[in-house]
Design a protein around this ligand. Structure first.
Ligand code: GLC
Length: 549
């Protein structure tokens, strides 16, 4: 077992984490200022979303210079200080690398667009005629460039041009840049939409949006193996790939050690359970049975194939989990703890997204002027043009917008939640005065202390990392029950996902009076010993360590 298989990683969205300089947006020195907090929480590694130079059209996922820090985040010296200070606390820093595309302001694109025979022309993907592929942010994936009379491909915004990975010079430049950061001392990489880098040469189309042709494309494994040889080999790095619309088979190949590609993979299938017929922009309840089934299939599938999951409920592209799969009203605290427990006992490496450890909620912004995200603003316009009513349009955006997860971190009850002395770039949710780090630090029953306990448990309970996953009661409509087992020991993990109490009967082989029983964690204060007949209160969750005799 590798170190990172026993680690917990914390994700920082620096724009909304903390502003040391007192600006509307956060900065790297703001992260440095909070390292003691992160150390107290117990995390091993920080994934910081992109802070390299960028016009910020997609908040840094549109990089214009891979070797420079964006001035809004500070300087290279600040970055070096952050790496060093994190290192002193035993915390690694994972850099977010965006190489499916660059900003159109990148020097390579500026060169490429200038003429058909520019040496950088072939760094990007050009066609005389577009095919029917769609951008993930809505509309066509092709943009016309009048100066040279061709279209370039952009799977995301039209200011994010896709790189041509089939060009060996592109790969050489990317690997050189990654070695630069590796040698600066970063502890690993998070690779943005990395399974989209290889497009089929003939750009086929059918009646879909095109994703089936470029997802996990023809040469992607070769390119990642080359990256491994040229950047990772012989270095102690944690590398996680963000995999869009991927498959279990591919994720096993990306993450099993013998492939020599990546350490682990993110996938999003479990976060589409509130997309009816895969339609994101419709307000809908989530499908609990599907959530359990998908997570369980990935647990058993990855374990059987020797792959490794990156586990997460939240990130900067997702709504807050307590508002999504829990209850952000009267049951907020108990349901946020339940969701934390349900995720942290799975096989894989858990990621905690800033504010998740407080049970931060969606902000309930009900006016489009309160939103900043390029995807949200694009979709709002497209839906309105398509005749969707304002009420339906806003209802979907309030539930699904990526800005739900991008509001400033709640540090304390001071103005702007202690994020900055300046008015933040996006509003602070109204409940920041109640939900914040300062108040939860003082409260041993807080969501924050529960997360700290979960993180510490991963260090002491080996079964959390290497126990075999088995789902119990797969058809139960309200309880997600599973075990992690090995060597005559097991962790029994019981989670009530709803606000009503319920009783279930467990198999005798799982829990019986002959077994020794030890409570590892729970979200209710009183915990009698349990029998096969388990009664679970609203959103109750508990984990028992059981030993056979
Ligand atoms: C990833 C990022 C997202 C970004 C997109 C394009 O999905 O997480 O924030 O918009 O890639 O780079």
């Amino acid at each position: 077992m590798q170190d990172w298989q026993r680690s917990v990683i914390y994700q920082i969205y620096p724009k909304s984490f903390h502003s040391h300089a007192g600006n509307p947006t956060g900065d790297l020195l703001g992260v440095v200022a909070k390292l003691d907090y992160l150390h107290w929480l117990g995390v091993d590694c920080l994934w910081i979303t992109p802070f390299l130079r960028s016009p910020q059209r997609d908040n840094g996922y549109d990089i214009s210079d891979y070797y420079a820090i964006d001035p809004s985040y500070g300087t290279m010296a600040d970055c070096e200080l952050l790496i060093a200070e994190a290192g002193k606390r035993g915390i690694k820093l994972m850099l977010d690398i965006v190489v499916n595309h660059t900003s159109i302001e990148h020097e390579w694109f500026q060169q490429a667009r200038s003429s058909l025979d520019n040496p950088y022309r072939d760094f990007y993907i050009w066609r005389d005629q577009p095919n029917n592929w769609e951008s993930k942010f809505g509309g066509s994936a092709w943009e016309y460039e009048a100066q040279t009379g061709q279209y370039f491909l952009h799977l995301f915004d039209h200011t994010q041009a896709d790189l041509n990975w089939d060009n060996p010079n592109v790969r050489a430049e990317v690997f050189k840049m990654m070695r630069f950061w590796r040698d600066k001392g970063v502890g690993g990489f998070r690779l943005d939409v990395i399974n989209l880098i290889s497009k089929p040469a003939d750009f086929p189309e059918d009646n879909s949006d095109g994703r089936r042709f470029y997802t996990d494309g023809p040469n992607v494994h070769d390119y990642l193996q080359q990256m491994h040889r040229e950047v990772f080999e012989g270095h102690d790095l944690i590398n996680v790939g963000e995999m869009s619309s991927t498959s279990l088979e591919h994720c096993i190949r990306y993450s099993r050690p013998q492939s020599k590609e990546l350490s682990m993979t993110f996938n999003f299938h479990h976060l589409k359970v509130d997309y009816p017929n895969l339609q994101k922009w419709i307000r809908a309840d989530f499908d609990f049975l599907q959530l359990k089934r998908i997570l369980s299939d990935w647990q058993t599938g990855m374990q059987a194939g020797g792959g490794w999951n990156a586990l997460f409920w939240c990130n900067h592209d997702q709504p807050r989990v307590v508002s999504r799969f829990g209850h952000d009203g009267e049951h907020r605290v108990v349901s946020a703890k339940m969701l934390g427990t349900a995720l942290h006992f799975l096989q894989g490496t858990p990621f905690v997204y800033q504010g998740e450890e407080l049970g931060m909620t969606n902000p309930s912004f009900d006016h489009i002027d309160q939103y900043r995200d390029v995807e949200t603003l694009n979709i709002h316009r497209l839906q309105r043009n398509a005749g969707v009513s304002d009420a339906d349009n806003m209802a979907a955006i309030m539930q699904k917008s990526r800005d739900n997860g991008r509001t400033p971190m709640h540090w304390n009850a001071e103005p702007n939640a202690g994020f900055s002395v300046a008015e933040p770039w996006i509003s602070v949710p109204a409940n920041a005065a109640q939900i914040n780090v300062a108040s939860q630090l003082d409260d041993p029953d807080s969501v924050l202390h529960h997360y700290r306990q979960l993180i510490a448990l991963r260090r002491s309970e080996a079964l959390m990392s290497d126990g075999v996953y088995r789902q119990l009661l797969p058809e139960h409509l309200q309880i997600w029950a599973y075990v992690r087992e090995g060597n005559g020991e097991r962790l029994l993990v019981l989670n009530n996902f709803y606000g009503t109490a319920c009783e279930v009967e467990l198999p005798e082989q799982v829990i019986s009076p002959a077994m020794t029983q030890r409570l590892l964690i729970s979200n209710y204060p009183d915990n009698p010993p349990r029998t096969r007949q388990v009664f679970l209160r609203p959103f109750e969750s508990l984990v028992l360590h059981l030993t056979d005799h």
